[in-house]
Design a protein. Sequence first.
Length: 116
Amino acid sequence: MAYDSNQMDHTRRATLLSLLASPLTANAQAPYDRELPVPRDPNADSRLPNGKSQKDAIAKQNHEEALKDAGDLVAAAQELQTQLKKAGVYVVPVESVKKTEEIEKLARRIRGRLKG
């Protein structure tokens, strides 16, 4: 039989690959020794040190801050109304423009708390 170098190279490559692949497949089939961390449930409510619900405490704080901001908004709107009455028909004071910007800022803050 004639010597075929391509056949010999192919056999060597196949043998070498099978020797290299055998430890990899053995490791792939081995069970994991370590335990994976269990992901936290995002809907689970954590507790504060005093035992109260953290979500309830945050909701209560947001409600109180929204009430305070709403009171500030009402006061700013009343100040704007007073400034506009004093200014007259053709005059727009700079303070009135600044007051409208403050009112917008308060309204955005309240809306953000209510959405959040």
